[in-house]
Design a protein around this ligand. Structure first.
Ligand SMILES: NC(=O)c1ccc[n+]([C@@H]2O[C@H](COP(=O)([O-])OP(=O)(O)OC[C@H]3O[C@@H](n4cnc5c(N)ncnc54)[C@H](O)[C@@H]3O)[C@@H](O)[C@H]2O)c1
Length: 260
């Protein structure tokens, strides 16, 4: 049972909160009493979130588009009159394959969502966070943000960028009392990782079962992590229990030392 009450009434934005890890984060923060807003590109997903989490503010926005992000923060101003926590969760898996097979469009799209999206949201959020209550930013990176990942160079490059972005913001914003941290999940059980595994099996010409086994055995715990594991870490980082945790890379991966 979560005992900390510091999140009660806090105004939080979770990007890409209509499904997957973002939705689980939105649930965990709502359970802790936060006032939750989510954005996503998937309108049907947003409708489902509104049905599940009463009172959630749901805005359709692509985080890689400057005009969408501006409209998103205007909607937040109207709904909440400010912001206390930004969870930069949106991120796409990007292309799978050797570097010589990647298209420039796929490379640029991966960076546009995974790092430029975090920049655009942070840029809009910071002036609001300066007025907020024990404000913080949590950026989603990945185990691929501190390890290399063969066949996923666009994704890995974008997630290493998230770590550098987080460290830099932490140094910039610490004096203003805005904490900034990043979470590095390992393989998270769910639809997305299954799609990634299928793409990898196809790209390597290996059986699906073999690649699935590689993914589950790469963590010392011998299993994937859960979406709730990630949501719990994000909730901790946004809470006053983490009041002195700043500029950190919180790895939640069951100890993964190499990615297949
Ligand atoms: N799933 C994993 O195994 C895993 C592992 C490490 C890190 N991560 C990171 O965690 C975060 C969430 O991952 P996930 O598995 O829940 O993702 P996902 O692929 O399941 O997508 C979740 C949501 O993102 C939305 N989305 C996609 N592009 C968007 C955009 N441009 N703007 C707004 N919304 C957008 C989708 O509509 C979807 O609702 C990502 O940053 C991801 O890189 C995931």
């Amino acid at each position: 049972m979560w005992k900390d009450e510091s999140l009660a009434g806090k105004r939080v934005l979770v990007t890409a909160g209509a499904s997957g890890i973002g939705l689980e984060i939105a649930r965990a923060l709502a359970e802790a009493g936060a006032r939750v807003a989510v954005c996503d590109v998937a309108g049907d997903g947003l409708e489902r979130v509104c049905a599940e989490l009463p009172g959630v503010v749901a805005v359709r926005a692509d985080v890689s588009k400057e005009s969408d992000v501006e409209a998103l923060f205007q909607a937040l101003d109207q709904a909440f009159g400010g912001l206390d926590v930004l969870v930069n969760n949106a991120g796409v898996a990007g292309p799978t394959g050797g570097v010589e097979t990647l298209s420039l469009a796929d490379w640029e799209r991966t960076l546009a969502v995974n790092i430029t999206g975090q920049f655009l949201c942070a840029r809009a959020a910071v002036p609001r966070l300066r007025q907020g209550r024990s404000p913080s930013i949590v950026n989603l990176s990945s185990a691929a943000g501190h390890l290399g990942m063969p066949g996923r160079s666009a994704y890995s490059a974008s997630k290493w960028a998230v770590v550098g972005f987080t460290k830099s913001l932490a140094l910039e914003l610490g004096a203003d009392g805005i904490r900034v941290n990043t979470v590095l999940p390992g393989a998270v059980d769910g639809p997305r990782i299954r799609a990634v595994i299928a793409a990898k099996a196809e790209s390597l010409g290996k059986p699906l079962e073999e690649v699935t086994r590689d993914y589950t055995s790469q963590a010392a715990l011998g299993r994937m992590v859960t979406m709730r594991d990630i949501a719990d870490m994000v909730r901790f980082l946004c809470s006053d229990q983490a009041a002195s945790v700043h500029g950190q890379e919180m790895v939640v991966d069951g100890l993964t030392q190499a990615l297949s």
